[in-house]
Write a protein that binds this ligand. Sequence first.
Ligand code: HEC
Length: 199
Amino acid sequence: MRSLKLVTAVAAALALAACATQPTGTTSSLPAHPGVKYGKAMSDLDADAWNIDIRTSDGRGLPPGSGSVADGKRIYDQRCVACHGPDAKGGSVYGSMVGGFDTMKTDKRVLTPGSMYPYAPILFDYIRRAMPMDSPQSLKDNEVYALSAYILNLNGLVPANAVMDARSLAAVQMPNRNAFVVDDRPDTKAVRCMRDCIK
Ligand code: HEC
């Protein structure tokens, strides 16, 4: 039932978002996805176009470019507000993207980029890959930096005059950076701490 509700809400929001005026010049800076076909050998170059991975712990792989909080607000109000609501406080299909820092050790965790991302470059990576949901990968890198700056500012993590780029985004200290246990599934080869882990 819950998923049916979400599907209906997403469909409604998509219709709303489609009505909003699309800003011009929003061609993605990502390489066009290659015409990969069954039976056609895939070259390294073809594979590169799909590799938009960012190492979120230190930002390795973040592209050139930058964006300010003010630009992020402008883009947000055009491309994101229909689903996420004014000031990212929750909209038709998704809850708040702001705050919740102190709820992580409670039964009612409020999961937002501010509370649940240990590293700020996750925000860039997520937005560039997946948002806006009605037109993913349509944003320029400068726009993604600006939206990251805006959402971080709404979370009180960077000042209103902040400009995010590869260096400044990776330097943002996320409040719950040390509040997660290590993923110790065998393939990660990580050893989970069992005692006095969270100082
Ligand atoms: C058509 C609706 C829609 C639009 C437009 C949209 N989003 Fe989303 N967004 C969603 C949904 C639904 C989710 C949750 C997806 C999931 O959990 O799989 C989401 C999730 C997110 C998240 C992850 C939130 C979290 O707590 O981790 C971020 C960040 C985000 N969106 C940013 C944006 C930005 C920035 C824009 C504008 C460029 C945007 N979204 C536009 C529907 C939308």
